[in-house]
Design a protein around this ligand. Sequence first.
Ligand code: GAR
Length: 223
Amino acid sequence: MTTNLPRVAVLASGRGSNLAALIAARDRGELPVEFVLVGSDKAGAGALRLAEDAGIPTLALDPRSFPNRLAFDLALFEHIAASGAEWLVLAGYMRIVDGAALAPWVGRMINIHPSLLPKYRGLHTHRRALEAGDREHGASVHFVTAELDGGPVIAQARIPVHPDDDEGQLAQRLLPLEHRLLPAVLGLLTSRRLQWHAGSPQLDERPLRAPLRLGPQGLVPAE
Ligand code: GAR
């Protein structure tokens, strides 16, 4: 179904709980967007099943059937463009994306990452926060650029680290906050309150000097 709503594509490699949160926010009327495609590098990803159940077109592309990363990413992004998407969300998409392929999407593409960036880019973020003895951990949503987990951070959710926490407990406590953080940021983006301006985020036409924080009522400016 084609609507006049902002058109969003999502990429996910795994179970898709963040995708489920986006769909649920849309269904509650809190996120007025149309999901035009859910794509994955894993044919067995739970996210693809969730999308099918929600009636969203899906795409599974196997990186092994392409000669290199660039060829895969160019094909993937060609499909995304053909879907009519204006915005792109990485919701647990676990591949590095080639800089040339993502260049046309800079400013229109966000990623959720389970750390308080710039800390712990890459993998095993919960373990690394524990090993470092951090008292606080969290998740970030950032604009995607060619630098891995390195684009400007838009908003963060924070949790305390308890002395007896293990990786699983941290991940489990953080996930419900991720599920509020990602739809909230996507809503700001698709309503154009949040914009990419000369390499930096702007909110309501003012530079965002520090990442927004997820509070009990939603996103608020950092103190
Ligand atoms: C989420 O915790 C997300 O922050 C993380 O993967 C998980 C996906 O869960 N993303 C990354 O690590 C990206 N570098 P989900 O499939 O249930 O949404």
